[in-house]
Design a protein around this ligand. Structure first.
Ligand SMILES: [Mn+2]
Length: 318
């Protein structure tokens, strides 16, 4: 779909831009580009997708923001602030100390004195520095995180020209915000119900019942409880399981020790794994994880919290 849109845009001589899909900073960076070039075509991707994709690198991008260049591609302009994404474009505004990419994008495109751009850049700053204070930033942040791809692209267009309050009144955007608020409430309820323990282990037997971000839930538990080692296991499908591991920076725990045994990867303090249970024992995925955790912790008793729809939270010793 995107490949087609970009091919058509290139054929018509319209500018093409590539920005981060994951948070308001990427979406707002691309909105600033669209404000400058109204006929631009925008693609949104996660950093890992940019590195892996076979077609993104074949495009001559006019603008990339909050992302690395697709490996081997030619990029005209780029605005970024990630230490891990060194300069790669013909014209760069690269500053690892910048609070967000959007502020660099505004400068690079010569729109840093535009009042509307200043407003949306301030939202990107609040979101990217995890210091959300205004209501508008909170709602735009939720809308981006809880909307599908089409709505995200729509938000790029709307944010390029519309007052933020009107963007939030858009039907698709308002729906995403509502989903986000509901997910937040649900996560808060789950966090409140869990006990204050050094090690917290949670199992979601049915992913479909929960439209939440399990990575965010892990972070919330870590913040609001005194937990130093949090494992959230989610049954994603019949045989498919996903583990989200989080460890406190000052604690003795190492997430990579758990996830590598399950075929995953990541960092000491945040890591994940996705694995499949044996074909004829689809429920065995939970036991595989419990055995792995017990082995790592060198214990034979684990306190497990099972979260079902409702949410109903049940404590088990296994
Ligand atoms: Mn950013």
């Amino acid at each position: 779909m995107d490949m087609m849109r970009v091919t058509v845009a290139r054929a018509l001589g319209r500018p093409v831009a590539l920005c981060d899909v994951g948070d308001p900073d990427g979406v707002i960076s691309c909105a600033i580009f669209v404000r400058k070039y109204r006929n631009a075509t925008v693609v949104l991707r996660a950093p890992a997708q940019v590195v892996r994709s076979r077609w993104l690198k074949l495009v001559r991008w006019d603008f990339v923001a909050d992302l690395p260049c697709p490996p081997g591609s030619r990029v005209k302009m780029r605005a970024d602030h990630h230490k891990t994404n060194p300069p790669c474009a013909e014209k760069e505004l690269y500053d690892p100390s910048a609070p967000c990419a959007a502020i660099l994008a505004a400068k690079l495109l010569g729109l840093d004195n535009d009042e509307h751009v200043k407003k949306i850049v301030s939202i990107a700053i609040e979101s990217d520095t995890a210091n959300i204070v205004t209501e508008e930033a909170k709602l735009i942040d939720l809308a981006v995180r809880y909307s599908g791809y089409r709505t995200k692209l729509r938000m790029v267009r709307l944010l390029a020209e519309m007052d933020v309050r009107d963007v939030l009144r858009d039907e698709a955007v308002a729906r995403a915000v509502e989903r986000g608020l509901e997910a937040e409430r649900l996560m808060e309820h789950i966090v409140r119900t869990l006990p204050d323990r050094e090690i917290i282990t949670v199992y979601f037997p049915k992913m479909k019942d929960f439209r939440i971000s399990f990575r965010q839930l892990n972070i919330k538990i870590q913040k609001e409880k005194r937990a130093k080692f949090i494992n959230i296991l989610v049954r994603r499908g019949f045989r498919t399981y996903r583990l989200y591991c989080g460890a406190d920076k000052d604690g003795p725990y190492d997430c990579t020790q758990i996830v590598t045994r399950l075929g995953g990867g990541g960092h000491k303090f945040a890591a994940g794994a996705q694995y499949k249970a044996p074909l004829f024992k689809p429920g065995e995925g939970l036991n595989v994880f419990i055995r792995t955790l017990k082995e790592y912790l060198n214990t034979n008793r684990i306190e497990l919290y099972i979260v079902r729809r409702g949410p109903i939270i049940e404590r088990l010793e296994v």
